[in-house]
Design a protein. Structure first.
Length: 219
């Protein structure tokens, strides 16, 4: 189960009006976390997602986060717009930079002010490539490249995948709705294909990402 990894960060991904939302009690929030900076960089990268709903604020999502029982983790949700004006690749890159920023925020224990904001155009960090639509059918291919590993679970409908060093710190990345499932698969594919891309290699060599493409009880 997810509890075995004791992730320090849980990142929930949703469609909807571009924003971030914290689910954790304030005691779990890293001292240097700057929600305003995250929101500003998301907006720079993706726009606002005007006329979008706000599914990330649905009570079901908060309940799903609570059901994970990761009481010491910092739990953050980000919504990535609701139209096709931004392609999946760019959204995947945006999630990557947020993970990198969170990892730095959580592990940085110096008192100096933390002012690193994700690039205004996170896609710049990734090798331009044709967007690959990825589904669970592609998992064996990714596993064949030895960059992704299925995590055994007691619940057959709970699908977990591991990427990275296999060592802490652990970050759990999960889709909170059916429509963002493909984005999580896209991220897994991109990170397998371009591990040398700026930023990605560092993230997966220094930490472990646990992907949960779908939460069975919120679909």
């Amino acid at each position: 189960s997810v509890l075995n990894f004791n992730p320090v960060v849980v990142l929930a991904i949703s469609e909807g009006f571009v924003e971030s939302i914290t689910f954790s009690p304030s005691r779990n929030q890293p001292r240097l976390f700057n929600k305003t900076a995250v929101d500003e960089s998301l907006t720079k990268a993706l726009g606002f997602g005007s006329d979008c709903e706000k599914p990330i604020r649905d009570a079901k999502v908060a309940l799903a986060m609570d059901d994970l029982r990761l009481h010491s983790a910092f739990e953050l949700g980000i919504a990535l717009g609701c139209d096709n004006s931004t392609n999946l690749e760019k959204k995947a890159a945006t999630v990557g930079t947020v993970i990198d920023m969170l990892k730095k925020t959580v592990t940085l224990d110096t008192v100096e002010e933390y002012s690193v904001v994700p690039s205004a155009n996170p896609a710049d960090h990734f090798t331009p490539d044709q967007t690959v639509m990825v589904t669970s059918a592609s998992i064996p291919v990714l596993e064949g490249k030895h960059c992704l590993f299925t995590v055994p679970t007691k619940n057959p409908i709970l699908k977990l995948y591991r990427m990275g060093s296999g060592e802490p710190p652990y970050t759990l990345v999960m889709a909170v709705e059916k429509r963002t499932e493909v984005l999580v698969y896209e991220m897994m594919s991109k990170w397998c294909e371009t591990p040398g891309a700026e930023g990605v290699q560092k993230i997966i060599s220094e930490s472990t990402i646990i992907f949960m493409p779908e939460i069975p009880f919120t679909q």
